[in-house]
Design a protein around this ligand. Structure first.
Ligand code: PLP
Length: 404
């Protein structure tokens, strides 16, 4: 059987998608606007907004402090949210834990400082990505610097990347894994290139004992994610990118390799309304169907890369093999970033905004990328339509031959 084309997928899922899109109040209020910046933050369905309002207007109290009914009900909601996250991640283990943080940046820093720091000794090595989001590089570099102040020198080794395929280079990885490798950090889906980084291959190379921490900021809520299949030890993600409220995220920890994960110190009152929104968002995404959400988003990105590859002045960043119209190489998952040869990305961002099309046009917080190294990032979620992609392509086509 041949693989369904993007048109097949968009046709098969069209009425399903329309029904989902109708559930986003902000989009209903602004039908003329095309929101194509979901990798920055996703829009929220009415069910999530309702869950937050309901919580705040019925049982709102502090968590874990108080024996009156609202307090115990709030505590139960927070505990239920931890279980909801475990179920969402396909976690069937009994030792795992979920800690709430403010988002991925905070969560990765907590893993570095609270869990990893006490375990590292002089001469140890950690392998981390140098070309992904800064949030997944800075905490590990800061950890190295903090330890150095205490006289412990560790090496922060770059995870090799295969330029042709756009994901991690599992063939080059064995050459950087040593007997002193104590930890590996990876990203699930790249926030600029939209590439699925094939992290399952990393476990195959590093062996059964090295803990792996997954930055899932761009994958949670965009498709099914199974910690059993990936065999990672931490999954860190942000609620706001998966249709929950801003200011909340989670660190899921397997607790099998190394000590049990716990946040150090007194963390105070958690973001209870945010936690409620996280559970509600996961319920909504599951009901919608995460496999179909991934298929829809990937098909939208294929439509976009196909269109862009016909524009002479445009270069899509990242793996070029995936751009051929009949490519069997992995397609972009929800994110496509490009540059116009003659029109500056920030100018193109303004032109698009003028047409009611919202994209991100800057350097995308990518580690190693200079702040003046600009590109246009288009990022979709299930509420986006093929018509919105076509509108964007139409504007880009009009810029053919133009110069800033
Ligand atoms: C891959 C990746 N990791 C981490 C982050 C940081 O997320 P937050 O700003 O929610 O902490 C982002 C945000 O764009 C991201 O794309």
């Amino acid at each position: 059987m041949s693989t369904p084309t993007e048109t097949d997928v968009l046709g098969r899922l069209a009425s399903w998608q329309r029904a989902l899109r109708d559930q986003f109040p902000i989009l209903a209020r602004h039908p003329e606007m095309a929101y194509l910046d979901s990798a920055a933050t996703a829009q929220k369905p009415a069910a999530v907004l309702k869950a937050v309002t309901e919580f705040l207007t019925t049982i709102n109290a502090n968590v874990g402090r108080g024996s009156y009914p609202w307090a115990t009900a709030t505590t139960s909601r927070v505990e239920a949210a931890r279980e909801r996250i475990k179920a969402g991640l396909g976690d069937t283990g009994s030792d795992s834990t979920v800690e709430f943080v403010s988002g991925t940046s905070h969560g990765l820093r907590v893993v570095a400082q609270d869990w990893l720091a006490p375990q590292l000794g002089d001469g140890d090595e950690i392998i981390v990505p140098f070309g992904d989001h800064q949030a997944n590089l800075r905490p590990w570099q800061d950890l190295r610097d903090t330890l150095a102040q205490r006289g412990i020198r560790i090496q922060v080794v770059p995870m090799p990347v295969d330029i042709a395929s756009g994901d991690y280079d599992h063939r080059a990885l064995p050459s950087v894994v040593t007997a002193r490798t104590r930890f590996v950090a990876v990203t699930h889906v790249h926030h600029v290139f939209g590439a699925n980084m094939n992290v399952h291959r990393v476990r195959e190379v590093v062996g059964p004992d090295v803990p792996i921490c997954l930055d899932a900021a761009q994958s949670v809520g965009h498709g099914p994610l199974s910690v059993a299949e990936l065999d990672v030890d931490f999954v860190v993600f942000s609620g706001h990118k998966m249709m929950a409220a801003p200011g909340v995220g989670a660190v899921w920890a397997r607790n099998r390799r190394g000590p049990r994960f716990a946040m150090r110190g007194w963390s105070g009152t958690p973001n209870t309304a945010g936690i409620v929104s996280l559970a509600a968002a996961w319920d909504w995404l599951d009901r919608a169907g995460l496999a179909d959400i991934r298929a829809w988003n990937t098909a939208l990105c294929a439509r976009l890369t196909d269109g862009l590859s016909r524009c002479h002045d445009v270069r899509v960043l990242g793996c070029q093999d995936s751009l051929a119209l009949d490519s069997q190489v992995q397609r972009r998952e929800s994110i496509v970033t490009f540059r116009h040869e003659h029109v500056r990305a920030d100018d193109l961002g303004f032109v698009l905004a003028d047409e009611g099309i919202m994209v991100r046009a800057d350097s995308h917080c990518q580690a190693g990328r200079a702040s003046e190294d600009l590109a246009v990032r288009v990022s979709v979620h299930v509420y986006n339509t093929p018509e919105e992609i076509d509108r964007l392509l139409e504007v880009v086509r009009r810029c053919e031959g133009m110069r800033s």
